[in-house]
Structure formats: C-alpha cells, structure tokens
Write a protein that binds this ligand. Sequence first.
Ligand SMILES: *Cc1c(COP(=O)(O)O)cnc(C)c1O
Length: 309
Amino acid sequence: MNLPPCEKLPVTPLQKLEHPLFDRRNLQVWVKRDDLNSPPGFSSLQGNKRHKLHDNLLKMLQQKKKGIITFGGAHSNHIAAVADAGAYYGFKTVGIIRGEELENQPERWSHTLSQAHQQGMHFHFVCRKAYRQRNELAYQRLWQNRYPNLWLVPEGGSNPFGVLGMETVIQQLQQQRPDWTHLFSAVGSGGTLAGLIQATSKLEDAHQKNLIGIATLKEEQALLNSMNEWISCPETVNWSLQPSPYHTRYGQTCSELQKVQQWFEHQFNIPLDPIYTVKMVAGFLRVLPNLPSGSQIILYHSGGLQGRF
Ligand SMILES: *Cc1c(COP(=O)(O)O)cnc(C)c1O
C-alpha cells in the first residue's frame, strides 16, 4: 500500500462567475471547483467523496486494516470513488451493492459498476430488503465479521471521519476568499453539509457566514436528524436546508432542471452532474432574489461528473 499518511489534498480553483444577473444585485459569485481534485488517471476519486474518504483512509491505516468495505447503489459516486482509491493507493475494496438481479449479469451493470469492477472492487449484490438494513449496526457487523481486515465505511462515506474530512474545503476557502458570506452545497445524506458547518463554526468570523444546503434525495426532517449526530455546535453558524427545487426521484431529471443545467454550462463552461450539483445551482437561483447586496457567494461544486455517463 502506498498511502502517505498525511497526504494533503490538492488546492482546487475558486472560479469567479461573471453575469449581469449577479452584477445587478451587487453579488459576487464563485464556484469552488472540487470536481477537479482527482489524482491524474483516477478521475472518480474526486469531489466531496474524496474529502469524505480522506480521514477514513487515515483511520484505516491507524487500525491496520487492509482495505475498505462499503455500500452503494449502481450509480453511486461513492462506490466509484472507493474503487478508484483502492486502485490508486493499492488496497482491497469490497462493495455491497443494491440489486441482486445484477449478480452474474455484468452486461446489465451501470458505467459506475463496470468501472469500479475494472479498478478491482469485489462486489456482493444484495436484494433491496437486505440493502435497507445498510445503516443498522447488526447488519454492518455481519459484513465486518466476514471481512475483519477491512475498514467499514457507510453508504456515501458519511460517518464522523467523513464529516471531519470536509474541513479541508473550508481551510482552502479561508485562504482563497476569507470574507465569503454564503456557501451553497448539495445535500444527499447530510455528511458533507455537516462537515462544512462544523468546520465553519470554528472560524473567528463564524457568525458572519451562512451555509445553505439544497436537499436532493431525502426530506429535510430526516436529514436534520442524522446531521445532528455529526455537528457539535451548530448554533454558532447560520445554516439552513432548502427543499429540493424540483421533485425528481434519484437518477431522474425534469425539463426545468435540464434547462438550468444547459444555461449554467453554456454561460460558465462548467459541467454539472444531473443529480446533485444541478439542484444546488437551481436552489441558488431560487433564493438569489433574497440575498443581501454585497454578498460574497460560493457555490460548492461537489463533483459527481462520472454520473453524467
Ligand atoms: C454524494 C454527493 C453529494 C451529497 O453528499 P452528502 O454528504 O451525502 O450529503 C453531493 N454532491 C455530489 C456530487 C455527490 O456525489
């Protein structure tokens, strides 16, 4: 294994967006390009998933484990990231994948699964009923007993170590634009937003920062419950969760979202993924009329571009 224990993640660009829509309201807007944080040749070890894995990898080393076992669906950016991490650093990866019908039928595998398999990930396909238990300790213990030498990471990489790994993003922003006032992020399981809140709460000017999460998959209440487990002092920062701007099921899109994606990609030449970052942008555009003049806004590009396949 060639995992350097204190590896620093690359500093990604903070790209300014120029548009009359922003000038008219005296807003400055940047995109934090964490879609560009992958190592050369391992394009799926990227985005917020790379941050969430970082401290999990440190923990894996510390516990003298030989690799990672984790959970995901057929299009999971996290599965793609773990498989690439295993190939890049040279450790074993096992994925518990939703959908027993995919067993022995590689011709039905998604792009994500085929890539992960190529990178050496070993799969176990389980039925939807079993997969629903993925966050239960008893179920996780079954897999842990089967693979005692692997570090178990929950779905999406969201655990206390994943949350901790998001701190680097805030540290980079403090170097690049310390007077930012608003940060928008897409929210799936809530681990990413929790980490951004937790790290921001430690800043001296924390009370001047606003974090806005745009829910993409779960209802806000369910998210708040899990996020509360990960944040220790949420009241020092202003943060809120906005409902998903358009109601679509996971993996589905609608014409309004497609329009937002086309507009944004055409205006700024920055690619978005159809599940998360396009909803983050749509959520930002929706609240834009209410943002105070002079705001310095950062849109967190959490990556996920492999989802475009
Ligand atoms: C997984 C993912 C998210 C959601 O992150 P959570 O920590 O689960 O909330 C957002 N954006 C992209 C691109 C993702 O892959």
